[in-house]
Design a protein around this ligand. Structure first.
Ligand code: ATP
Ligand code: MG
Length: 323
């Protein structure tokens, strides 16, 4: 761990974290011929949860590793609060990182892992007990990391990230392996961190979870940023869908299709309709004497908009390659 450490200066909730942004400027990482991250320029703001999306191999982990000083950029810069990770006085107090839990030493006890991190960052032993309690690992703290379940190892990595009560949290697929209680706990923690004004950057492939957790989204595609957009703005692009249940579902499907809607069966008596709003569907059914058991407008799904965005980017890339 780098640099001299200021002791006894934990961040106080409610203090201003506004300057703790993550700034990437033409950030680039090449592995041989392959460009994993391609001139990424973006500012990750404080006070919101920023979701980091992109297909497998898009470059998310490589980007997050560069934020955490674990990979060096080939070109460009990344800074937290205006400084490179290696220049931070007390890295764990500034940035907490959650990366792949397979990186844990399997022979090391959870409590010892945290104690070593605490010692090298000038943090108290008391803080180790606090974070173990926070992630509900106290009872297994003396077990070796290799003997812990996947979800428990994930919690241990989270505990390490929280140790310095950091202003910035960077999390690479932190939900994988967590049980339902853990998923909800983490979502609540990240929302609270953002509400306190801290900076949260989070990657995940779980779109429904991302939709509930993130305020803002960055989407990476083949190393390039293809979206930097508030969640609400993105969801407005989704075509609203209407869920209908009717004992005459097939008759209703033909009726609505005839009026220009796109209709798919969702089981024997259930339909999902796009292209007509709920009131028009209801009116059409009533006029035709078709009974309805259910009629409701569905929440636009991040998954749908995201998949459209990736398909469009795939198309542009294929066209550029063919040209
Ligand atoms: N150490 C490395 N050496 C060579 N290539 C690498 C290395 N790390 C990553 N890559 C390559 O960089 C690209 C981006 O990988 P990265 O792990 O950042 O993607 P990702 O968006 O995190 O994907 P996933 O969703 O699967 O986690 C991939 O093509 C990958 O093969
Ligand atoms: Mg990854």
């Amino acid at each position: 761990m780098a640099g001299p450490v200021r002791r006894g200066t934990r961040n106080v909730p409610g203090r201003s974290y506004r300057r703790w942004v993550i700034e990437m400027r033409t950030l680039t990482k090449r592995f041989g011929e392959r460009t994993a991250v391609d001139a990424l320029t973006v500012t990750v703001r404080s006070g919101v949860v920023t979701g980091f999306l992109g297909p497998n191999g898009a470059g998310k982990s490589t980007t997050l590793r560069m934020v955490l000083g674990l990979d060096l950029p080939t070109a460009g810069t990344v800074a937290v609060a205006g400084r490179r990770y290696a220049e931070l006085d007390a890295p764990l107090r500034t940035v907490g990182g959650v990366l792949d839990p397979t990186g844990l030493h399997p022979g090391r006890r959870g409590a010892d892992h945290l104690a070593a991190l605490a010692a090298s960052n000038g943090l108290s032993r008391r803080r180790v007990a606090e974070v173990l309690d926070q992630v509900e690992l106290t009872s297994v703290a003396e077990q070796r990391a290799g003997d812990l379940s996947l979800g428990m190892r994930q919690r241990l990595v989270l505990a390490a990230a929280l140790l310095g009560d950091p202003a910035v949290l960077v999390l690479d697929e932190p939900i994988n392996g967590l049980d339902t209680t853990g998923v909800r706990w983490l979502r609540t923690l990240l929302r609270r961190f953002a509400a306190e004004g801290r900076t949260v950057l989070l990657s995940s492939h779980l779109m429904s979870e991302m939709q509930q957790t993130a305020d803002h989204l960055l989407v990476l595609h083949a190393g390039r940023l293809i979206a930097d957009v508030p969640m609400q703005q993105l969801l407005q692009q989704a075509r609203p869908a209407v869920a209908v249940r009717s004992p005459q579902a097939e008759q209703l499907r033909r009726l609505l299709t005839g009026r220009g809607a796109q209709v798919v069966h969702n089981g024997a008596d259930a339909l999902t309709v796009t292209g007509l709003d709920a009131s028009r569907v209801g009116e059409a059914a009533r006029a035709a004497g078709i009974g309805l058991h259910e009629l409701r407008g569905e929440q636009p799904a991040l998954e749908d908009v995201y998949l459209q965005m990736i398909a469009a980017a795939d198309g542009r890339r294929a066209a550029a390659g063919a040209a």
